[in-house]
Design a protein around this ligand. Structure first.
Ligand code: SF4
Ligand code: SF4
Length: 707
């Protein structure tokens, strides 16, 4: 269903530990992809003066909306988590599908899909889950490597941001005590020791401003002034790629990179902030923040607005937003231009086409945080973060860097030139610092703090020049290398069985898709035909054959129908459309009546399964014996019948059948029994933890963590 539903906190905690114990994964991310130890290197950075263990983070977007997103991001090495943008209008209708990753990355997404209060609770839940995991001892987190910052993202205009509801959200992030106390009380009894944790009450005091495409510069400035003066937040303003101007953007995008079919409308350049306007408000806002002892920086960049020239999004969407490889080049050119103008005066947050191959370069440029969206939407999902750190480690190893500042100095070999630009050093000090750096010693100890900082900043500036020149001509960002959509094999998805490639699990930002096992074999396709005299007889047809090792299910409460799993599924039809869908509440099963799917509930010893097939609803009630095997009685209701069926002897069925109906299809009964038994047998799905809360263990001996 297109609406997201938050999941109960205690069930999330139980799922987290039960899955780790049973499968060695958390929210379907295998532990071999966890990033918990930097292998003796110091990957820490400072953001607005606050320390984070790495500069990586999910960009405000689909990877930072729900509590499990926050955990998944943290597990894969993100330590500056830019939370999904919130705004006053929290009842948006977003066109679906809304994410097109067939080539470079386009979207028609917007801000949070939850109500403002729900977003606050989700963010606090995510932060508490991370703290619980870190404190559990279930994971071997290197000392200090758990340190994580949460950055608010708020939009879109001054009036909305000043509104009571948005201000209440911000106050809640500044002091989350009431939410924490509510959630603390919900921690399951068997994990009660986590109730004693001193959870961080200030979830965030930093904010990245997201503005409308076309937001006037004086509005941007007014918002930041307000946030600095009246709320006291450290601020970053996210700028649009149109800042490069029409010639700058088009010569890069359409000519050098070859994306000739992408048209950025003239109006976008006319409406958006111009370079000179940005330069002057950055100067003013930077000075204002400094007077108040607050941080101020910029972010490159927002997505690039362009005409919708493709047929992926619903008709009527005239514009869409480009991300991925071409945006990387445009945004890096903006970084270069900004650094040339301001040097290191203002920190730069970065988001645009970051991936395994260029993450280390962004690190070498000193960009903080480095946030990701498009790449995490590709196969592997959050787990791709693991590869970023492997690559960074290899690059640091190659130049002998122990920390990120040392890496900035050595990454492109600019250390000597950079040191030459540091004032106030005699030749001996220079030589000693260089020798110390290249020998892998503590070069910092050879200089004053100011000299060290100046050296690193000069190197980052030189690195920027080198990298921007390099990336602008790198064919990997060009159209030719990014034109091929993911492979489709030409077969159509059906309810059960598929290629079982499992790509649809990690590409889902919300972990909505899951595996479950149905026994290989046949599912009877049967009809119960009424005989004269009230008896029944079973008529069998060709059975349904299940051949695959497992099946794919979809948890509807976490599926906003973004469409991303459809893009990467080799078969046609979309896993989120075709695969068994499980709703988290009966209300939603009833409300979203145009979606087929299941809902399970218990009443005493009875398991009640709601199922909808081709728009027609059925209900099966299974007594205890029927849940265990082939004995017992199933109460089976459909649009035209209500029967009690002894499972061992269906011919003896009793009940009501509407006039004119002489047969009842039993296939749906079999399917509903089969899928409900299967999902309730397992630990790695959201259905079982809602229905059958089982005590979770954090006993390290019981956990299967691959290191
Ligand atoms: S539904 Fe598609 S993506 Fe998912 S496992 Fe099956 S074939 Fe692979
Ligand atoms: S299941 Fe598919 S459509 Fe639904 S949220 Fe996940 S990726 Fe998007």
């Amino acid at each position: 269903m297109a609406e997201l539903r938050p999941y109960p906190f205690p069930a999330l905690i139980r799922r987290m530990f039960a899955e780790l114990s049973a499968s060695g994964s958390i929210f379907d991310l295998p532990s071999r992809k966890f990033v918990l130890d930097p292998g003796g290197r110091d990957l820490s950075v400072r953001f607005h003066g606050l320390e984070a263990a790495t500069p990586l983070g999910p960009a405000a977007g689909p990877h930072s909306q729900m509590a499990q997103n926050v955990v998944l991001a943290w597990l894969s090495g993100s330590r500056i988590i830019e939370l999904k943008t919130v705004q006053i209008n929290d009842t948006l209708t977003i066109p679906r599908p809304c994410i097109d990753m067939q080539t470079v990355g386009y979207n028609v997404e917007w801000s949070q899909e939850l109500r403002l209060g729900e977003s606050l609770v989700e963010y606090v839940k995510g932060a508490m889950l991370v703290e619980i995991l870190a404190a559990s001892g279930a994971l071997k987190v290197a000392p200090g490597f758990g340190r994580v910052l949460y950055d608010m993202s708020v939009g879109y205009d001054l009036k909305g941001i000043q509104s009571d509801r948005v201000q209440e959200f911000i106050r809640g992030m500044l002091d989350a005590t009431p939410v924490i106390e509510q959630l603390r009380a919900q921690i399951p009894d068997e994990l009660a020791r986590f109730r004693e944790l001193d959870f961080q009450r200030r979830i965030s005091n930093t904010l990245t401003l997201s503005t409308f495409h076309g937001c006037p510069p004086d509005e941007i400035e007014s918002i930041i002034c307000y946030l600095l003066d009246h709320v006291g937040l450290h601020c970053v303003v996210k700028l649009n790629p149109t800042l490069l101007g029409p010639e700058g953007v088009r010569s890069l995008l359409n000519e050098r990179l070859g994306y000739r079919d992408v048209r950025v409308p003239d109006a976008a350049f006319e409406r958006d902030t111009k370079w000179d306007q940005a330069v002057s408000f950055v100067e003013r806002l930077g000075a204002r923040a400094q007077r108040r002892g607050l941080g101020f920086g910029v972010k490159f960049s927002n997505t690039l607005i362009c005409e919708n020239h493709r047929d992926f999004f619903p008709k009527g969407e005239r514009e869409m937003y480009l991300s991925g490889p071409p945006l990387h080049v445009i945004a890096m050119n903006l970084v270069g231009r900004f650094r040339a103008r301001f040097g290191a005066r203002y920190p730069i947050s970065f988001s645009a086409g970051v991936d395994r191959q260029n993450f280390a370069d962004a690190v070498a440029l000193g960009l903080t945080p480095i946030t990701v969206c498009s790449d995490f939407l590709k196969p592997g999902g959050y787990g791709r973060g693991h590869t970023y750190f492997k690559e960074l480690d290899a690059r640091m190893e190659a130049v002998g860097a122990r920390d990120l500042e040392g890496f900035a100095l050595l990454a492109y070999g600019h250390h000597e030139t950079a040191l030459g630009r540091v004032e106030g050093l005699d030749d001996d000090r220079r030589a000693a610092a260089l020798a110390s750096l290249t020998a892998g010693d503590d070069a910092r100890a050879r200089l004053s703090e100011a000299q060290w900082r100046a050296w690193v900043e000069q190197a980052q500036r030189l690195n920027t020049e080198t990298y921007v020149a390099r990336v602008t001509d790198d064919p990997r960002y060009g159209q030719a290398r990014n034109a091929k959509p993911p492979r489709k094999v030409g077969s159509a998805l059906v309810l059960f069985d598929c290629l079982t490639c499992d790509k649809c699990l990690p590409v889902c930002p919300n972990d909505a898709n899951f595996r479950f096992v149905l026994p290989r074999g046949e599912v009877a396709v049967e009809r119960l035909r009424r005989l004269p005299g009230g008896r029944w007889t079973v008529e069998a047809s060709t059975p349904l054959t299940l051949e695959k090792k497992h099946q794919i299910g979809n948890f509807a409460d976490f599926c906003n129908e973004c469409g991303n799993c459809d893009v990467f599924c080799p078969e046609d039809g979309g896993p989120y459309v075709m695969k068994p869908r499980f709703f988290g509440s009966r209300g939603d099963w009833e409300l979203f009546a145009q979606r087929d799917g299941f809902f399970l509930e218990r009443e005493g010893a009875t398991l009640r399964v709601y199922g909808r097939f081709s728009g027609r609803g059925y209900i099966v009630e299974l007594d205890a014996a029927a849940q265990r095997g082939r004995d017992g009685v199933a109460r089976y209701r459909g649009p035209e019948f209500a029967l009690e069926i002894p499972l061992a002897d269906p011919d003896a069925a009793r009940g009501r059948v509407d006039a004119g109906v002489d047969a009842v299809d039993l296939t749906y009964l079999h399917i509903m029994r089969l899928v409900s038994e299967a999902v309730l047998r397992e630990t790695d799905n959201y259905v079982v933890h809602l229905l059958d809360p089982a005590p979770a263990s954090t006993d390290a001996g019981a956990l299967r963590v691959t290191r």
